[in-house]
Design a protein around this ligand. Structure first.
Ligand code: 2AM
Length: 484
């Protein structure tokens, strides 16, 4: 039998899988390609992979026999049962110390489960976030691997070679943490992506409502892309605004205002609720898509529900556009702060030791939220790795103090004009809530104690829970003695 030549196997020849294989091949690795529908392997070898060192496999057994030790098998298949199915088939073919990598968009809870299951079988498992779309996969994605740390030295050379690079040398890929940490970080990345997109859409809606034409809007985004907002999403927005259909008219105006979603934003919002972390902006971004999807209902309501009448925008457009920029930047800072708060809480619950600066670097290039801003976040964490909240980093405190006037003006004006800005306004409310030394939760506690005897603490006597018989006939027994 000839000596195995394969550095890594890749299962799943949809476009992401194919592009990752070609990317690995470009970096000198020999990849063994396999797919459930086996005909796709030959097809790939005869077309996209023609002239490369990629090796095809006719079965899982054939694939495994072509791999060097420890065997590295990466899957890029549909998240869910397909992953479990392949794992089940692979386990009897692999030996102790071999590595299975799931590069799909799996739920982190599935990754935690698979880590446990495979550990019991002596195999190593890695769940890796892969971001950057088709283009990223081909020329440099952001990779967020987590799982069994013993696997990392064996996959690091491949992963860091194929990932995007910041400043041409720093890979947007590092070990994230144990079990589901990689997929959790990828999920939060996607949630933040939802937030960024919603913020840009609100900026566009405001610009449109104050009477800017699409070229003026494109110019504003072009300008913004030269400064602190410099990012992939701002850049593509500029291009989308300028894009004309074959009839010479703007394509954007013709697109139905009804958003789709695949679920990772929703998972982030659910995780926020589960861990008790107010990721309000991501939540609003998900709900914003849901509201947009009720297009038929909105059409009816638009003819029934009263608005603000004929209040007209009467400010200076150019100056107001500057305020929109400030609102976008300040809200973005809030959104990322919330995202990192969620990471911190999940890390505590799952015992992940996350390096937040390193996560910011992984998102700095290659992925959809790539931006100059993430470089600033990395710097903030590098300066103070124990930073409790991004909002408290001196760099961002300064930014907030510079932006808040414009931000408040935008929220107030939008409200006067009846323009929906759920993300801008919830971010501002969060900001004002987070910086409030006193919130009205004293009343809330009183209400809970009034109707449910849930008890409360007195200021200065923390840790001592008391109940008041508010009505004189409610009784003196607190609810802590039973489960209602
Ligand atoms: P296919 O080409 O045989 O459909 C993206 O859909 C990738 O996931 C494809 O490679 C696809 O294989 C694979 N895939 C989807 N569902 C699958 C399943 N239930 N079992 C195995 N592979 C699956």
């Amino acid at each position: 039998m000839s000596k195995p030549v394969g550095d890594i196997a890749l299962i799943g020849l949809a476009v992401m899988g194919q592009n990752l294989i070609l990317n690995m091949n470009d970096h000198g690795f020999v990849v063994v390609a396999y797919n459930r529908t086996v005909e796709k392997v030959q097809n790939f070898l005869e077309n996209e992979a023609k002239g490369t060192k990629v090796v095809g496999a006719t079965s899982l057994e054939d694939m495994v026999s072509k791999l060097k030790l420890p065997r590295r098998v990466m899957m890029l298949v549909k998240a869910g049962p397909a992953v479990d199915d392949f794992i089940k088939k692979l386990v009897p073919l692999l030996s102790k110390g071999d590595i299975i990598i799931d590069g799909g968009n799996s739920e982190y809870t599935d990754t935690i489960r698979r880590c446990k299951e495979l550990e019991a079988k002596g195999l190593l498992f890695v769940g890796s976030g892969v971001s950057g779309g088709e283009e990223g996969a081909r020329y440099g994605p952001s990779l967020m691997p987590g799982g069994h740390a013993e696997a990392w030295p064996h996959i690091k050379p491949i992963f860091q070679a194929i990932s995007a690079k910041v400043n041409k040398t720093e890979p947007c890929c590092d070990w994230v943490g144990s079990d589901g940490a990689g997929h959790f970080v990828k999920m939060v990345h996607n949630g933040i992506e939802y937030g960024d997109m919603q913020l840009i859409c609100e900026a566009y809606d405001l610009m449109r409502s104050i009477g800017m034409n699409q070229e003026e809007m494109a110019q504003a985004f072009e300008e913004w892309n030269k400064g602190e907002l410099d990012s992939f999403l701002i850049e593509i927005t500029r291009d989308i605004l300028r894009y004309k259909d074959t009839d010479g008219k703007y394509l954007l105006e013709k697109i139905r205002d009804c958003a789709g979603q695949k679920g990772t934003g929703k998972w982030t919002a659910i995780a926020g609720l589960q861990y008790g972390i107010p990721v309000t902006l991501i939540g609003e971004a998900v709900f914003g898509r849901c509201l947009s999807a009720l297009q038929n209902e909105r059409q009816i309501a638009s003819k029934i529900l009263p608005g603000v009448g004929d209040i007209k925008f009467n400010k200076d457009k150019k100056k107001f556009t500057e305020s929109i920029r400030d609102a976008l930047y300040a809200s973005k800072i809030v959104s990322y702060s919330q995202g990192f708060m969620l990471l911190r809480q999940a890390a505590e619950n799952h015992n992940w030791s996350l390096d937040y600066g390193s996560i910011a670097l992984m998102w700095r290039g290659g992925c959809i939220i790539r931006s100059v801003f993430l470089g600033d976040i990395k710097e903030a964490f590098d300066k103070d790795p124990k930073l409790t909240n991004l909002l408290l980093a001196p760099f961002f405190v300064k930014a907030m103090s510079r932006c808040q006037k414009g931000w408040r003006e935008v929220v107030a004006t939008a409200s006067e004009l009846g323009i929906p800005i759920p993300a801008f306004s919830c971010a501002l409310s969060f900001y004002d809530g987070y910086r409030a030394a006193r919130l009205p939760a004293n009343l809330l506690q009183a209400q809970r104690d009034y109707f449910g005897a849930h008890t409360y603490e007195l200021l200065g006597k923390e840790g001592k829970w008391v109940h008041t018989n508010w009505t004189g006939h409610g009784g003196n027994v607190s609810a802590s003695t039973y489960q209602a």
